[in-house]
Design a protein around this ligand. Structure first.
Ligand SMILES: Nc1ncnc2c1ncn2[C@@H]1O[C@H](COP(=O)(O)OP(=O)(O)OP(=O)(O)O)[C@@H](O)[C@H]1O
Length: 260
């Protein structure tokens, strides 16, 4: 099992920001975590990444139970996290290639000498993610869409067992978003891909590979299960609290507010 969360609640500064969360992820499943602003997505991710400890309930990530097993760094090395909070930490002089290589050491910056096989792997990932043309450019000069591709390649360098993509299309225009989603669909479908959790506000970003969805609302699980069943007019109208129309096209949903 990749993730097993039972009756988990979290208090921060006197507020219950997660309430009675239950979530199980089995190997081979790819999940979307969908919620509006303030739903508690980041808080839940921080818990999976062992930054937060649950106030109540049981959290088991990659067979390590919080409170019982040693956590922190050891667990984080098995989780690839792609999040905008990481981006600002890279140095001006780091090339995209160096950023990817540093993922093999789980470091920000390259302090150790990469082996030949690490270099080969980094180049392969850069090619797969479509980053090869700008591999030697400074990371800081890349566009947001280019940076996100580099960050995913970096996360895959360490062969994570779980890959978390936290709102990876933030700040991207339509073409950059669709380009990134194409790459994510391609990479996620490959044999060596770990379990992926894709966190988003946008129903339109649910790719066919994400066959499971968890809807998070006001710190609680609104519903979870098969994407096809959950991403429906009935469920989402209830979830958003306004009548919506869902249109599926080539395995991807789009959402529109219904007008009376
Ligand atoms: N450390 C904290 N102390 C107090 N309240 C917090 C803390 N962290 C988060 N919250 C509150 O918990 C709620 C959930 O926040 P969280 O950032 O997890 O939501 P989110 O779903 O990630 O939202 P967004 O999509 O806008 O990033 C919010 O109301 C937020 O203000």
């Amino acid at each position: 099992m990749v993730l097993d969360i039972k009756d988990v609640s979290l208090v921060r500064e006197g507020n219950w920001i997660l309430k009675n969360i239950n979530w199980t992820i089995n190997k081979g499943e790819h999940w979307v975590l969908l919620g509006l602003n303030g739903a508690g997505k980041t808080a839940l991710l921080h818990m999976l990444y062992a930054f937060y400890f649950p106030t109540k309930g049981m959290v088991k990530v990659l067979d390590r139970q919080f409170g019982k097993d040693i956590l922190g760094e050891e667990l984080r090395q098995k989780i690839g996290l792609v999040s905008s909070t990481l981006q600002g930490r890279f140095y001006e002089s780091d090339s995209a290639y160096h950023v990817v290589l540093s993922g093999g050491f789980a470091s920000i910056g390259l302090y150790d000498t990469p082996t030949d096989s690490m270099r080969e792997k980094a180049q392969k990932l850069l090619k797969e993610m479509g980053c090869f043309p700008y591999a030697n450019r400074s990371y800081r000069t890349l566009s947001q869409g280019e940076r996100q591709r580099v960050m995913i390649a970096r996360a895959l360098m360490a062969d994570p067992e779980l890959l978390i993509l936290d709102e990876p299309t933030n700040g991207l225009d339509f073409l950059a978003r669709e380009g990134l989603l194409e790459v994510i669909q391609h990479v996620t479908a490959s044999a060596y891909t770990p379990t992926v959790i894709y966190v988003t506000h946008h129903v339109e970003e649910i790719l066919p590979i994400f066959t499971k969805t968890l809807l998070l609302k006001d710190g609680e699980v609104f519903s979870s299960g098969d994407t096809q069943a959950l991403i429906s007019e009935e469920v989402l109208s209830d979830f958003f609290g306004v009548p919506v129309e869902v249109i599926w096209h080539h395995g991807r949903p789009s959402l529109m507010k219904k007008h009376p």
